[in-house]
Design a protein around this ligand. Structure first.
Ligand code: MAN
Ligand code: CA
Length: 263
């Protein structure tokens, strides 16, 4: 090979002796030998354009492998991303759980304190109610079915009696049940009740303005005896259920007050 290179070098230098041409010829033969070698090598390095059916298959395999490789990389990236996001979501969920637990604990504490406060206030309210009741009993009030009743020990006119009741935060008794009528008779006293027809003769009304519906007039009452102007009602014949009488309002009678229990 070195020899052949020398020949070409001398040729370039315009040398024309025989021995040198011989050498050149030999070298040319060598060149063809090399060419043969090249030809025998050529099919191995030529591309698909010159290759046969076997080469096509190899190419397809390579492309499939590349595609699978790419797919694998993509899947791996996806998995890593999912794992990252899942981990992130999990830690956020954990934080939220801790916050919720704290909030729940605080609310439980608050609820417990409110329950305790409610119990304390209920007890306090009951104590005050008991005191208020005792106070009323001491002043002569009687408790019955959600109301307080006061029966006077003095006698006054119907209007003076009513004024006394109003001063006590009450009014003359309004009887609106059979039971209440029985209760009122139990004291066995002639008492003024909160019933009058002083606005319109013959139209009986309770002191709160409600009309009389169920009445317990004694026999032949109300008779409004002539010239006496009997515009006020009293419990008179207390031994009987039908015990009421209409009487002159200026007469002195005991009286009965009532006030609703508001606690
Ligand atoms: C009798 C009856 C009553 C009347 C009084 C008046 O008892 O007539 O109706 O109200 O007298 O004193
Ligand atoms: Ca009468």
């Amino acid at each position: 090979m070195n020899e052949r290179l020398d020949v070409f070098a001398e040729g370039a230098g315009q040398s024309h002796n025989h021995s040198k041409w011989t050498t050149e010829l030999k070298s040319s033969e060598n060149i063809y030998e090399n060419e043969e070698e090249i030809h025998t090598l050529e099919p191995n390095r030529t591309g698909p354009a010159l290759s046969g059916a076997g080469d096509g298959k190899k190419g397809s395999r390579r492309a499939a492998a590349a595609f699978l490789g790419l797919l694998f990389v993509l899947l791996l990236t996806g998995l890593i991303t999912l794992a990252f996001l899942n981990n992130k979501g999990h830690s956020e969920w954990k934080k939220e759980m801790v916050l919720s637990q704290t909030r729940s604990n605080n609310l439980s504490k608050e609820l417990f304190q409110l329950q305790k406060r409610f119990e304390d206030m209920t007890k306090e309210r009951n104590d005050l109610q008991r005191k208020l009741q005792d106070h009323h009993v001491q002043l002569g009030w009687v408790f019955y079915s959600g109301s307080l009743y006061y029966i006077s020990s003095l006698k006054k006119s119907w209007q003076q009696s009513r004024d006394d009741c109003l001063q006590r935060g009450a009014d003359l008794v309004i009887i609106n049940s059979k039971e209440e009528q029985e209760f009122a008779r139990r004291f066995r006293k002639l008492v003024w009740i909160g019933l009058t027809d002083n606005k319109t003769e013959g139209t009986w009304k309770w002191v709160d303005g409600t009309p009389l519906t169920t009445s317990y007039w004694a026999q032949n009452e109300p008779n409004g005896v002539q010239h006496r102007d009997e515009d006020c009602a009293e419990i008179k014949i207390y031994d009987l259920e039908n015990s009421w009488n209409d009487e002159s309002c200026s007469l002195q009678r005991f009286w009965m007050c009532e006030k609703k229990k508001t606690w």
